[in-house]
Design a binder for this molecule. Sequence first.
Ligand SMILES: CC1(C)CN=C(N2CCN(c3ncnc4sc(C(F)(F)C(F)(F)F)cc34)CC2)S1
Length: 493
Amino acid sequence: MAGLREIEKQFFPLQKIQDVIDLFKHELKDNEPNLTLMSIVLGVIENILTVNRAVSSDADKSNTLEPIFPVIELSTIEALYTKFVTHIKRSVDKTKFPDKFATRELVKIVSDVVWCCLSKSFKDRAHLQSLYSFLTGNKLDCFGVAFAVVAAFQILEYNDVHLSLSEDHAWVVFGEDLKETAEVTWHGKGNEDKRGQPITASVVEKSWLYLNGQPVICNRHMEVAAIVSGINPSINLTVDSVEMGSLQQELLWLLYDLGHLSKYPMALGNLGDLEEISPTPGRPPPVDIFEESIQSSKVHYHNQHVYPYTYLGGYHYRNHNYKKALKAWAEATNAVKNFNYNREDEEIYKEFLEVGNDLIPTMMKHVASENASRIHQTSISYDPDCYADFLRFYDGICEWEEDSKTPVLHITWAKQLVNSLAKFDPTVRKLIHLISEDGEESSSSSESDEESEEEREIIQDENRNQKKKVKAKKGKTHDKDKSDKINGQAEDS
Ligand SMILES: CC1(C)CN=C(N2CCN(c3ncnc4sc(C(F)(F)C(F)(F)F)cc34)CC2)S1
């Protein structure tokens, strides 16, 4: 790939959101959309609208209706574009790699070409995902490094190297019919990077971090979807740039209409979140988009993705549809239960920790206070479906922990389970049938005192097991802050 093509230059200067949409529309018509150009353009705009927000000295535009979209000059973009292309072409001697397809050795070299320029400072800050961040600040986050490697291979004219995405990690696939894999970036904190290594079946099996072999394998158009999905409109922890959010939303609808989100559940989830914040007239409601995300995971990834359900659960929780939230969360643990939890799966652990120990307890409290004022029948604490989904949520967490090297549950989980369980009315606890996987039914019409006796046994078992586990864990290595918590708990309990 040489310098910018004449046709690309004609879109500049970019002066409004529509100009960016037009540029992306043009690039997406091409079977080799220019990843480097689009990443730099989005990075420049994001930087101006979130990091270095220009506030005019006279009437501060931010309090008028007038948009503050920056003017993006061709010269700015071309200088950065040339810098990246030159850096890549100067660092890789293609004559040594005559093959049409990339080799593992070449993937490692290109990963090193990106890696060697990175500053060792913070990597999990916001706005470090684009080539703009790489070229102006020598900083990239985990996703950004993997994307930069793929963009570099496009410049080197290899069309077999593509981005492979799980729900918390990125790597590349390459070679004839993409059957090779390689780590090109790091993951998480305190983990040695494994760059250059293949992702083997034993690493992938029952691993959420590698989605049990069902990652999103991108083509060039889905790689454009990944950089659009990776746009971060946040100005700070509480304020988002309206213009950046609108640009992301419109670009995601463009990609959606072209069919490039159909196999990308997280991008659909991101779009659903944006539609909740600011609905686009004539477009489907957020729940339909979250449903498409779930369907995409079912159809293309054997329902192994978890985030589609937590997107939906979060949406229903925020909108006080507590019954539907519980159903989505039960389906989320139904997906995660097939994995074995390990120390690199912390992100999904934190999701479920928040659901089990914050969102559900808050919901049950909220509902309890509502009960006083509302007719009982409609409340979730009287609804057997809700109770069943509540139990399925925890059953999935327990099955996730089974056979895992790293424990999931600790005393706080058991305490919150007991608190939430007690918020369901005793009558509702008689109305459900517990059917085990081998179809064996346990009677549900048992007398309440027998039932509550049985439940007391379950809870006592749980506490006994927890105490055993907590004692055992004292000697076992675990992720730092959790073991501190557990040891702390052990003292209290
Ligand atoms: C339901 C949620 C808690 C709300 N946001 C969620 N996101 C936000 C967006 N997000 C994503 N959205 C689009 N694409 C990707 S690729 C990716 C990743 F593979 F992990 C990477 F590349 F390592 F960072 C992450 C991610 C990660 C998950 S999950």
